[in-house]
Design a protein around this ligand. Structure first.
Ligand code: NAD
Length: 509
């Protein structure tokens, strides 16, 4: 398949060339890649066959066997170099993210910054893969735990954070002594090729103790992902995407006792309490709900507003919705770029119809004419709902914010938690009791719970992930690294006797 040389296809090819991706890999294949900005084709990549994917995993396993013996701090040096290469490539990679996903420039660059941040974090971590020393009940004994490299880590990623999610996993996996095989979204494979080229430069600078095959990118659709999921030499798969995907991947991994880090859909809510700083809340809500055109896993989708402030904030919010600039994210000024494809637009329209049928009042939500008839831009929608009924309870991956009134704090907490997903949540209040209750044991049931901050835009230092149908996985900061290593408990007897634990006697003559 030859690619028409449109301005966006040309810019994509130029960026990829600068980033180190060979031009001849961009055409001639069956996987057609389109930029949501204009929906024009920007590449046609060759997909990997299942057999080739399996043999790439075998090669990654061989790389792991060598890499696990390289000392942790030395492994950290490779990730430090990766961070340096990412800094050097930030402008081009950020732009490529904007082209491939449709993010506004600051979000494209922000995604790359997140990659740099996790590299910095992982470099420090490479000297802190600590185990405990544990008190033993037996004299002349010592008990401790050690953390060892795990194996090949499979990474399956979603379209909306095409590179940051890979780096969250890869930076940790590499310092933990693992090899990485990455199946990016079939909607955003070009940024993955760019990352592979950037990583190759870091490896080259690092030296010969980085084995071949430490990172492999497998271009393809879910069938290729399934090879990773089922391969016996992949002890951990970190899979980011819809809850539907997690329902398929989770049981398959469990069947072969492999580990899963599942990072699935969110249906994130915010609560605006009577004492909230409404100016602050307004800004946080607007970014959380409309940013990235509602295509973040942490996008704010449900908003509960106390009766006493509803008429102060909701009209302002509606005005913000009506005035927000929608348009080509590559041109300055637009804050809301395109949806990824027509299916996303159709899903949004279906949800809005259902909301209307269930008593919702919709502001916005119509198609925006970008001048590119195949591109799918929308005016973000704000929907006042009389109750939390369908479609509010499901994630629709588009910019729809459902707004509901509340009067009782206990009741709103219950409603907040009454959905399948459990990723991110926030409360806007100056009341200490409300804030602490929201963060407490009977408060928000999400993996991320914030006070006076929106639901999206997490930093890499904390563990990222959510509960319930979000999958329970954690990646990025804190102690998320532990999923990428295997723990051994070691007991060493340096005495001349063999006392058995729990006082058991088993004396033989
Ligand atoms: P998706 O589920 O359609 O695809 C995600 C990835 O999974 C793709 O690479 C796809 O090829 C692969 N895949 C799909 N089915 C598979 C299977 N049966 N076996 C193996 N691989 C399979 O998701 P998407 O549309 O790309 O992304 C949007 C979704 O991702 C939203 O639901 C969003 O909330 C979620 N998401 C979650 C997080 C998080 O950290 N929790 C982050 C980003 C996106």
């Amino acid at each position: 398949m030859t690619i028409a040389i449109t301005p966006i296809a040309k810019e994509t090819a130029d960026l990829l060339a600068k980033l180190g991706v060979a031009g001849n890999t961009l055409s001639g294949g069956e996987l057609s890649v389109h930029s949501p900005v204009t929906r024009e084709q920007i590449a046609a990549l060759r997909q990997v066959s299942p057999a080739a994917a399996a043999s790439a995993i075998d090669k990654a396993d061989a790389a792991f066997r060598a890499w696990r013996l390289v000392p942790g701090p030395r492994r950290g040096e490779l990730v430090r170099l990766l961070g340096e290469e990412l800094r050097a490539a930030k402008a081009e990679l950020g732009r490529l993210v904007s082209i491939e996903v449709g993010k506004i420039p600051s979000e494209g660059l922000g995604e790359v910054q997140e990659m740099i941040d996790i590299c910095d974090f992982a470099v420090g971590l490479s000297r802190q893969l600590y185990g405990l020393t544990i008190a033993t009940e037996r004299p002349g004994h010592r008990m401790m735990e050690t953390w060892h490299p795990l194996g090949v880590v499979g990474v399956i990623s979603a379209f909306n954070f095409p590179v940051a999610v890979w780096s969250w996993n890869a930076a940790l996996a590499l310092v933990c002594g693992d090899a990485v095989v990455w199946k990016p979204s079939e909607k955003t494979p070009l940024t993955a090729l760019a990352c592979a080229a950037i990583f190759a430069r870091a490896v080259k600078r690092f030296g010969a103790d980085a084995p071949d095959g430490l990172l492999t990118v497998l271009i393809g659709d879910r069938a290729v992902g399934e090879v990773l999921v089922d391969h016996p030499k992949v002890p951990l798969v970190s899979a980011t995407g819809s809850t539907r995907m997690g329902r398929e991947v989770g049981p398959r991994l469990a069947k072969r006792f492999a580990r899963a880090v599942l990072e699935l859909g969110g249906n994130n809510a915010g609560i605006v309490c009577p004492s909230a700083d409404l100016d602050m809340a307004l800004r946080a809500i607007a970014f959380g709900a409309m940013g990235t055109a509602g295509q973040r896993c942490t996008t704010l989708r449900r908003l509960f507003v106390h009766d006493s402030v509803y008429d102060q904030i909701v009209p302002r919010l509606k005005r913000a919705y009506e005035s927000v600039s929608v348009g080509n994210p590559l041109e300055t000024g637009a804050l809301v770029g395109p949806l990824i494809d027509k299916a996303a637009f159709d899903n949004m329209q279906k949800a809005l119809e259902q909301a209307r049928a269930n008593g919702g009042t919709v502001t916005g939500g119509t198609r925006f004419d970008s001048g590119h008839q195949d591109a799918w831009y929308v005016h973000p929608a704000i929907v006042e709902m009389p109750a939390q009924v369908a479609p509010v309870t499901e994630e629709t991956f588009a910019p729809i914010l459902y707004v509901m009134r509340y009067s009782d704090f206990d009741a709103v907490l219950a409603l907040h938690n009454a959905v399948g997903a459990g990723l991110s949540s926030s409360i806007f209040t100056r009341d200490l009791q409300e804030a602490e209750r929201f963060l407490g044991a009977d408060g928000s049931d999400c993996g991320i719970a914030n006070v006076n901050i929106g639901t999206s835009g997490a930093e890499i230092g904390g563990a990222f992930g959510g509960e319930k149908e979000t999958g329970g996985g954690r990646e990025s900061g804190s102690d998320a690294w532990k999923a990428y290593m295997r723990r051994a408990t070691n007991t060493i007897n340096y005495s001349n006797a063999l006392p058995l634990a729990q006082g058991v006697s088993f004396d033989i003559d």
